[in-house]
Design a protein around this ligand. Structure first.
Ligand code: FMN
Length: 333
């Protein structure tokens, strides 16, 4: 087992706390595609290509989103220890999998907002179950919007009837495209409906009921076997649907978007809101382009979120902090 060392002014148990917080980030199919190298003066966050999902995410875009989300948690954990993080994103063009270098930028007490977001890290979950029809209030929407802005991203709420109808159509078409690809189905099966003792992947219990065919927002099926499903309660009629775009383009923007995504998700947790993803729309190239036009964005959409008031769901598992250290995998890119 790897020993966790002291680093950047933190004691070993604090470094362990930081790695545990990082590891709680969301990732596509709970693939947890990150790895850390801890040295006395710097913590390096690497993308772990051994955990890439090449069929669904051939460019590694969602892998970088997940690493960005883990980076946001690292920043929060440092704030929690009274340390101002200094972060350099993609510091070495010769090592594209080195996502970020994190250093100690001096002492600074955390703000109440940072403390609240940090407390939300172990409580946040992806909630694929039906939400209630209770309205998401303007002040809750505003908090989410501000969270994205603070991380140099934009959260576009899709409110107009025609746009929502369009988006529903995109979601079903993208879902059909993906499910029609045998390679996609094989990769999905490797990472979902996983055995309960696995510390990665999505267990069937996290899948939620499959929406009825007439349900207009199509979800991915995580349940594996059809006969394992329980009868589905109705899904809410009108969830809030939000599209996250970064201000820049390229890999740096994807890491930025990942940090913004995590800030939005944690803010939702603080506000008592539930969130799930409709990523198929951004994963399939055609619908991704259509979505870019729909939100009239100059930059590519990075994530589509369904937001509402839900009921508690259980946490998915994670690897231990010690398992996030170790030899940095050879880059395949
Ligand atoms: C970039 C990204 C895309 C995701 N896309 C989907 C998706 O399309 N459908 C879904 O149900 N969950 C999606 N998720 C959620 C992950 O499956 C989830 O984060 C992971 O299983 C860990 O569970 P947790 O979020 O409850 O901790 C996505 C997460 C990330 C970071």
């Amino acid at each position: 087992m790897n020993e966790i060392p002291a680093a950047i002014g933190l004691a070993p148990d604090q470094v362990e706390g930081l790695l545990t917080a990082a590891g709680r980030a969301p990732s596509l199919h709970n693939s947890q595609p990150w790895r850390f190298r801890v040295t006395p003066h710097m913590i390096e966050l690497f993308a772990d290509r051994n955990r890439a999902l090449p069929v669904i995410d051939p460019r590694g875009r969602e892998l970088r989103l997940a690493c960005g989300a883990a980076l946001f948690n690292v920043r929060l954990a440092l704030h929690g220890y009274g340390v101002r993080p200094t972060v350099t994103i993609l510091p070495d063009p010769n090592r594209p999998d080195l996502i970020a270098e994190i250093r100690n930028g001096g002492s600074k007490a955390p703000t109440p907002e940072q403390q609240g977001l940090l407390r939300a890290v172990p409580l946040r979950r992806t909630n694929r179950h039906p939400f209630s029809d209770a309205e998401v209030s303007p002040s809750e929407l505003n908090a989410l919007h501000r969270a994205a802005l603070e991380e140099n991203a934009w959260l576009h709420f899709v409110q107009e009837h025609d746009e929502r109808t369009n988006l529903q159509d995109m979601a079903s078409r993208a879902h059909r495209t993906q499910m029609g690809d045998p390679a996609f189905r094989t990769e999905l099966a490797q990472w979902t409906a996983v055995a309960p003792d696995r510390v990665d992947g999505v267990p069937a219990s996290a899948g939620g009921p499959l929406p009825a065919p007439q349900h207009r927002w199509v979800h991915r099926d995580f349940t594996g076997a059809a006969d394992a499903r329980t009868p589905a309660p109705p899904f809410e009629e009108e969830p809030v649907i939000a599209v996250l775009t970064a201000h820049l383009s390229g890999e740096r923007a994807e890491i930025q978007a990942g940090q913004a995504l995590q800030r939005v998700l944690l803010t939702a947790t603080v506000e008592g809101l539930a969130v799930s993803f409709l990523s198929q729309i951004v994963e399939v190239q055609q619908t991704r382009e259509e979505l870019r036009r729909l939100v009239r964005g100059t930059h590519a959409p990075q994530a589509v979120l369904r937001i509402g008031h839900g009921w508690p769901v259980t946490a998915t598992r994670r690897r231990q902090a010690t398992d996030l250290l170790g030899p940095v995998p050879v880059s395949l890119s």
